[in-house]
Design a protein around this ligand. Sequence first.
Ligand code: PNS
Length: 159
Amino acid sequence: MKKAIYAGSFDPLTLGHLDIIERAAKLFDCLVVAVLENPNKQSLFSVEERKCHLEMATARLENVEVASFKGLLAEFAREIGATVAVRGLRNAVDFAAEYQMYLINRKLGQEIETVFLAADEEHLSLSSTNVKEVAVFGGNIDFMVPQEIKPFILEKYQK
Ligand code: PNS
């Protein structure tokens, strides 16, 4: 069974992330979407909240599981038996950073192959940072996030 991991912050989940998840789920027998628990990074949503958002948005995808991890991606991938790390690429800036991450992950876990999926053109401008930037000023985020997640984002900024 070919198991892949798609790790990220998902703070919050965007339509770009969801597109990568849907496409990767078609390529592998099992896709584990893993939220990084990073105590050094201030986040809008807790890890549990982000897992819950991912579970809601991927409930219809039978071979997708949601998890969280601390520490190294390569180690967590090994622990769960994933042999592929999926990453999305929007542009050359992403590529530069992702290529470095790929090289490091290769050193840390030689059995793990990285597969890059090019973002759909509709999602090239999407990032979790941009979602927060628009939401904080009350802008329309309909084209940025899955509909199920939208109320949770609005709620954060109404407080
Ligand atoms: O959503 P993001 O912020 O682009 O996700 C980045 C993530 C979580 C995939 C990356 O930071 C990661 O794998 N962190 C775990 C630590 C690690 O393994 N680092 C080695 C590569 S530099």
